[in-house]
Design a protein around this ligand. Sequence first.
Ligand SMILES: NC(=O)c1ccc[n+]([C@@H]2O[C@H](COP(=O)([O-])OP(=O)(O)OC[C@H]3O[C@@H](n4cnc5c(N)ncnc54)[C@H](OP(=O)(O)O)[C@@H]3O)[C@@H](O)[C@H]2O)c1
Length: 264
Amino acid sequence: MTLLVTGGTGYLGSELVRIAAPEHPRLELRDADAVRHGFEALRPSAVIHTAYRQDDPAVNSDGSAAVAAAAAAVGARLVHISTDLVFDGAKPEPYSEDDEPNPLDDYGRSKLNAERRVLALHPDTLVVRTSLLVGRRRPGRQEQAVLDAARGERELAFFEDEWRSPVLVSDLAAALLELVESDLTGILHVAGAEPMNRYELACEIAAAHGLPSGRLRRGTIAESGVERAANCVLDSSRARSVLSTVPPGVRGRIGSTWRNGSGG
Ligand SMILES: NC(=O)c1ccc[n+]([C@@H]2O[C@H](COP(=O)([O-])OP(=O)(O)OC[C@H]3O[C@@H](n4cnc5c(N)ncnc54)[C@H](OP(=O)(O)O)[C@@H]3O)[C@@H](O)[C@H]2O)c1
């Protein structure tokens, strides 16, 4: 299999690069011709599309459509990464693949749009919706914000009424590498098995980096006045029935990748 990973310098992409050493050229996603030419030159048999920009619908939607069209043109299997934030968080129970998306913000809307365009252009695609990624030795943006707050260098409230399904990036990468070799298509939820709220997760991140949680401030979406999806827990039971590498929860495990000498 010739595997191509988009976003190979990113949080998830760099973990895939570390584990599987795929091709990972930086193809400019807003340039559909560049994407097509890149795919024609490399002729991958499989693609894991992780690249995105939180604040750029053109990258998320048009860029993903360009990847799907190029993958279809060279006959490559496509695994496309999406997000729990396609849901509005109003459902009290975890979201399954059959639940109706209703994103609340531009990011969620661009990712839902991408899902739909990708599946239309390349119907054999597997869309993997996941949740908060944690566990890289070099903190991502959200982890860095937690560490800054834990050190008292930043004023932030962590919502106790915002529930997600955080997943270790190494666990997700292993699952994706298994899924890219499967022939599953459609939408699959692959996230951590243990729901956590933002405050609990912040405490776990701080502890993994050897910081006390005493300075982490609790808050709620309601008192903050922001519009935020409250309960975006993903039900990954379908994934559990097809995967041998099933992501558990992250409690007590966030530092495990670097404590055991691996992890980027
Ligand atoms: N992080 C999370 O907690 C989380 C949660 C749920 C879902 N997801 C999904 O998981 C996927 C990976 O997220 P991540 O956190 O690993 O992303 P990330 O760390 O922000 O990395 C994004 C990658 O995309 C590349 N990229 C951005 N704009 C590009 C463009 N115009 N052309 C080509 N490449 C471009 C970046 O390369 P440059 O730096 O060179 O631009 C980088 O390699 C995304 O699909 C995201 O929606 C993430």
